[in-house]
Design a protein around this ligand. Structure first.
Ligand SMILES: [Zn+2]
Length: 332
């Protein structure tokens, strides 16, 4: 365990694909989400036409290239389970994406830069079997988006699932706060309070985005999240997508102790990284803003901006202490 605790890790990186390589990934984009997806691809240096081409390989190659050209040593790559109803039946996704667990586990075996985070809807009839399979396959985290995937973590039927995660030392990364890049099916499940159940079962939980709002009109759950960190020593927050201007409104509070000691770094790649929000808020000076704008690598730009804002080095390495097994060495 904890073989290389000083490594800089981005613990929130999405894998996206259209199944072109046989990955099993799919994308279903409605007329509102298609331009958003195109914008995100262009932002990371891929043509929007990749959506209809060999997206699997293009996306993977670009991600590896950006990662290797950055200060980040490893990335936790995220699978994405489908939406299921409360009885565990898979829903017809209205406009969403899917990334199978087997694909992220395979990518992590092929590329030592990657650490695999699987995604399992706990209402699935095979949820516990799939969890065992993923633990055996080397999963380091479980990712879910309760408000988009319809996962009410308080459901007592999920208790055994959380207990098994706790036993295996598998942390839960759960989306908190609003969401605008994916369709939301249960807005009320953006509330971090639904995470008390896995926490009570002994799971280490990371609240993605610390409950902050995604759009200007969203409800902000940041205060709720902060209050919960006082009651739950196993609760952490990630600072992913904080360089999307609407998400960055709580950065100043996040820089203060004791909260900053409960934060971990993630980019939310391929979500765009803008330097302008940090500059307008007075978190970075003009030179940092200009350097950020010139930096063509969004993974590095996100890292440099957050360092310049004052996030201490531990925020970028802390996640290795929370993962079940020490990362393997990167041979580069
Ligand atoms: Zn994300």
């Amino acid at each position: 365990m904890k073989s290389e605790p000083g490594e800089i890790i981005d613990m929130h990186v999405h894998i996206v694909g259209n199944g072109s390589s046989g990955s099993g990934c799919w994308l279903k984009l409605d007329s509102w989400h298609r331009p958003v997806a195109g914008l995100m691809l262009r932002h990371v240096g891929l043509p929007a036409s990749a959506l209809r081409g060999d997206l699997d390989r293009l996306y993977l190659a670009r991600l590896l290239e950006l990662l290797r050209g950055s200060s980040i040593r490893r990335a936790v790559i995220l699978a994405q389970d489908a939406v299921h109803d409360d009885s565990g039946k898979r829903c017809q996704d209205p406009g969403s994406f899917y990334v199978p667990n087997s694909y992220v586990l395979q990518l992590a075996r092929q590329h030592p830069e990657f650490l695999p985070a699987v995604s399992i809807h706990p209402a699935r009839p095979d949820a516990l079997e799939e969890l065992e399979r993923c633990i055996a396959g080397g999963a380091v985290m479980m990712k879910c988006l309760p408000n988009c995937q319809n996962i009410d973590c308080r459901n007592p039927r999920f208790t055994r699932f959380w207990e098994r995660m706790a036993e295996a030392g598998l942390p839960l990364l759960a989306h908190t706060g609003g969401e605008h890049t994916l369709p939301v099916v249960r807005p009320d499940l953006a509330d971090p309070r639904i995470l008390t159940r896995p926490l009570d079962c002994g799971v280490t939980v990371i609240a993605a985005h610390c409950g902050t709002r995604s759009g200007l009109l969203d409800r902000d759950y940041f205060e709720t999240f902060v209050e919960m960190t006082r009651a739950y020593p196993r609760l952490y927050g990630d600072i992913s997508a904080f360089n999307v201007p609407t998400r960055g409104g709580r950065i100043r509070e996040c820089l203060r102790e004791p909260l900053v000691s409960r934060l971990v770094h993630g980019s939310d790649f391929p979500v765009p990284v803008y330097a302008v929000g940090a500059w307008l808020r007075g978190l970075v000076d003009w030179n940092v803003y200009r350097a950020g704008r010139r930096n063509a690598n969004p993974i590095e730009r996100d890292y440099q901006l957050k360092r310049a804002m004052g996030f201490p080095p531990e925020v970028f390495t802390r996640i290795s202490r929370l993962l079940p097994a020490g990362p393997r060495p990167v041979s580069s």
